[in-house]
Design a protein around this ligand. Structure first.
Ligand SMILES: Nc1ncnc2c1ncn2[C@@H]1O[C@H](COP(=O)(O)OP(=O)(O)OP(=O)(O)O)[C@@H](O)[C@H]1O
Ligand code: SF4
Ligand SMILES: [Mg+2]
Length: 335
């Protein structure tokens, strides 16, 4: 068995080492042409118990692919995943007590023909033998979970279509926490909700974290939401991580892309709302990504070296690192 141990660092709940995911896309006449799409490239990340880490980046940068790899829903093309220092193999022995995923659209992940009580009870019933719960115990646990997520007992006999988006997300959360998982991957979990409902669900996630010492990987394209909820933030661009920082240090972002993301956080005046993250530039295709630093085609500060070489990680502080030549004294470092 492969294990990861370190004398000085706390043991991460989950560690990703050199994780890659390449999809083969068929194109052209009779789908004969095969193209490689590198959705996730060489990701290294540690997630620690009890923390909320945010994963941000523009649409298509690989956030959901990484979330699915973590939860065992996608197989990585390369790389290793460690759970509490122990290497996980594929196919993953999926343990719902370890991790769960909450998606953007709870309507599509909730069976429309099941009552809310049965939806919440489902993981408990599947794990009946493991947990040894009786029907009465399951019923009591469903009542307890409903109460925890702010649903009343009357809600339990209804169907998903009778609920609002926010209430459906509460049901999805109740189901996700039913077996007390250690890690929850929330993939755009509040993106489809109105701002006021978003705030309620974010508060609920915070409350549940305090009650159950949950760890969250919170995936979102909305940096404002991530900034509110997360202690650490990882920024992705075209399948790669380019900056990892604490929330406090996000006020002085280092990577030009993170700086652009922060500038693009919507401001209350709709007249001045930026229409693109970086005006006048297009996100390159992941099928044909730029050489060197993938951001060089849009970077206002690019240098010659950026077009040919990949920057390696530079440590700014204990909780802040960035991949950009602007901060690399010795620009001959390899990636
Ligand atoms: N099953 C698949 N087959 C082929 N390509 C895929 C597949 N799933 C994702 N991709 C591609 O991989 C890239 C990353 O997709 P992913 O869904 O992970 O991005 P994302 O950051 O979650 O985007 P969004 O913010 O829109 O949800 C995209 O170019 C996407 O088209
Ligand atoms: S490495 Fe160069 S192109 Fe990339 S973000 Fe830094 S300055 Fe811009
Ligand atoms: Mg996604």
């Amino acid at each position: 068995m492969t294990t990861m141990t370190s004398m000085s660092e706390p043991i991460a709940l989950l560690s990703l080492r050199n994780i890659c995911k390449t999809y083969t896309i068929k194109k052209g006449l009779f789908n004969k042409k095969k193209l490689e799409l590198k959705a996730v490239k060489d990701i290294n990340l540690d997630i620690y118990p009890g923390e909320t880490i945010g994963l941000v980046g523009e649409s298509g940068c690989g956030k959901s692919t990484l979330g699915k790899i973590i939860c065992g829903l996608e197989k990585p093309t390369n790389g290793q995943i460690f759970w509490q220092g122990r290497k996980l193999s594929w196919p993953r022995k999926f343990s719902p007590q370890d991790m769960q995923m909450i998606f953007q659209d709870p309507f599509s992940s909730l069976n429309p023909r099941q009552k809310i009580k049965d939806i919440i009870a489902e993981p408990l019933k599947i794990n009946l033998s493991a947990g040894g719960r009786t029907r009465k115990q399951i019923h009591n646990r469903v009542l307890e979970l409903a109460n925890q997520v702010g649903l009343s007992p009357e809600h339990l006999n209804r169907y998903p279509h009778e609920f609002s988006g926010g209430q459906r997300q509460r049901v999805a959360i109740a189901r996700a926490i039913s077996l007390s998982p250690r890690l929850i991957v929330c993939d755009e979990a509040v993106s489809a909700l109105d701002v006021s409902v978003q705030a309620q669900i974010l508060e609920l996630l915070k409350k549940l974290q305090e009650e159950a010492n949950l760890t969250y990987l919170f995936i979102s394209h909305d940096l404002a939401v991530v900034k509110y909820l997360c202690q650490r933030i990882a920024v992705m661009y075209l399948g790669e991580l380019i900056e990892i920082t604490s929330r406090n240090e996000l006020s002085s972002p280092k990577h030009p892309y993170t700086q652009a993301l922060i500038k693009a956080i919507p401001i209350p005046d709709p007249e001045n709302k930026p229409d693109r993250i970086i005006p006048g530039t297009e996100l390159p295709s992941p099928i044909n990504p730029p050489t060197g630093c993938a951001f060089h085609t849009r970077c206002p500060q690019k240098m010659d070296i950026c077009m040919h070489k990949k920057p390696s990680w530079v440590t700014i502080s204990q909780s802040h690192k960035v991949r950009c030549f602007l901060y690399q004294n010795n620009t001959s470092t390899k990636s």
